[in-house]
Design a protein around this ligand. Structure first.
Ligand SMILES: *Cc1c(COP(=O)(O)O)cnc(C)c1O
Length: 395
């Protein structure tokens, strides 16, 4: 008899340890028990969705200090919909006209250094709403006058991206960015999909801030929107238009509300201690390995999270960071490291998603793999990995 999916899940899909971070390609995050219970309880009943979203708004407002909030399918959807909302307000005909006929007020200002990819282009999330990206400044330098020069009566919103993916110098800081935009009555939308702080961005002047429910918050796949009531209402209104295809289900709303509540009472210090213990364990597993340097590094966007940066000198080890990352990924269980810097001969170990007992398994695998004299050849393809993984699917 064919095994049921529940059995298959335990048998065939369990063999993976995520030390790469909150990667949507690995399913985002692992959720707390309350989140699981809320999600599955909601599956077996009906609910008025407006009432449920109003409850989400109440919880989001309480945690972020915002006037209101709502939930959608993902942070990516939240960007598209909040931009659409800034264009249409509460005009239903304007909502139905998107994305083809966005009207006069259809430009979105974004610093060039913020036009990154998070698995898909930021610019595309803007354009999906029917808006036009107005690039501000150059990739590594953006001055105040360049933002001022782009803002006009045609500007619907300005988008600010907070992420390790963006250029980290030469950009206008959020507070100044918001001052300039507000002087011209332009609302500021912040993509903080992968950031921990639920208040800072609004405190700095954001009118809307967006988080991924499935990253640090540990909820089901969802996008959390918090901010000015009028903008949140206009964002939610997109459900009668382009938001329909970005619909969030009752179970994900329930799970995300539970995740927000769990976040508020989470013992962050205790979690940090567990994470630090894992980092130290891995660091000592690599101590003394010739050609390998392991350093604990802070998160580049100041989230309260450190990672272990593992630097390889291929002349001494005889193999590259890409080879080591590939070999760790081929262990049983598979150890999936943070590999976006393998071209610079390093990879990172992110402790924020490990489950009890996994830190030791990672340490053992590190010792096994990294002390070898030779490793199988691996194609270093961190740059094209995302695309190639999709192309390989069912091929
Ligand atoms: C992950 C991420 C996104 C996309 O988030 P989803 O909720 O998966 O759509 C957008 N922007 C940044 C900066 C991200 O890190």
């Amino acid at each position: 008899m064919r095994e049921t999916f529940t059995i298959a899940l335990n048998n065939r899909f369990a063999d993976l340890i995520n030390v790469s971070g909150t990667m949507t390609a690995l399913g985002g995050s692992v959720c707390a028990e309350d989140v699981r219970v809320a999600t599955s309880a909601m599956m077996a009943r009906f609910v008025n969705m407006h009432e449920l979203q109003a409850e989400a708004s109440r919880v989001i407002a309480e945690l972020t200090g915002a006037e209101a909030g709502c939930l959608t399918a993902s942070a990516s959807a939240a960007m598209t919909l909040s931009i659409a909302g800034a264009m249409t307000g509460l005009d239903p005909a304007a909502v139905e006209n998107l994305p083809q006929r966005p009207g006069e007020k259809c430009e979105v200002a974004v610093q060039m250094g913020h036009l990154c990819g998070y698995g898909a282009p930021v610019s595309q999330a803007v354009e999906l709403a029917g808006a036009t990206v107005r690039i501000v400044g150059q990739s590594t330098l953006c001055a105040d006058h360049q933002l001022e020069g782009v803002l006009s009566d045609r500007t619907a919103a300005a988008l600010f991206v907070a992420s390790h993916h963006v250029v980290h110098y030469g950009q206008i800081p959020l507070k100044r960015f918001a001052e300039i935009c507000h002087a011209k009555q332009v609302p500021v939308i912040v993509d903080a999909a992968s950031e921990y702080d639920l208040r800072w961005f609004l405190d700095q002047g954001a009118d809307i801030v967006i988080y991924s429910g499935h990253k640090f918050l540990g909820g089901p796949t969802s996008g959390v929107i918090a901010g000015r009531r009028d903008l949140v209402r206009a964002t939610y209104f997109q459900n009668i238009g382009i938001g329909r295809g970005m619909k969030i289900g009752k179970e994900s709303i329930a799970g995300t509300i539970a995740a927000l509540e769990a976040w508020a009472v989470r013992d962050h210090d205790e979690i940090r201690k567990t994470e630090t213990a894992a980092l130290t364990l891995w660091q000592s597993a690599l101590a003394g390995v010739d050609g390998v340097t392991a350093r604990i590094m802070p998160d580049p966007t100041n989230n309260p999270l450190d990672r272990l940066q593992v630097e390889i000198d291929p002349l001494k080890t005889g193999w590259s960071a890409a080879q080591a990352a590939a070999e760790l990924g081929a262990q049983s269980p598979k150890i999936i490291v943070r590999n976006h810097k393998v071209e610079q001969d390093s990879f990172q170990l992110d402790p924020c998603n490990i489950l009890p007992g996994q830190a030791e398994k990672v340490a053992t695998a590190l010792t096994n793999v990294m002390t070898r004299k030779t490793l199988p050849t691996a194609v270093s393809d961190a740059r094209n990995g995302g695309v190639n993984s999709y192309l390989a699917w069912l091929a």
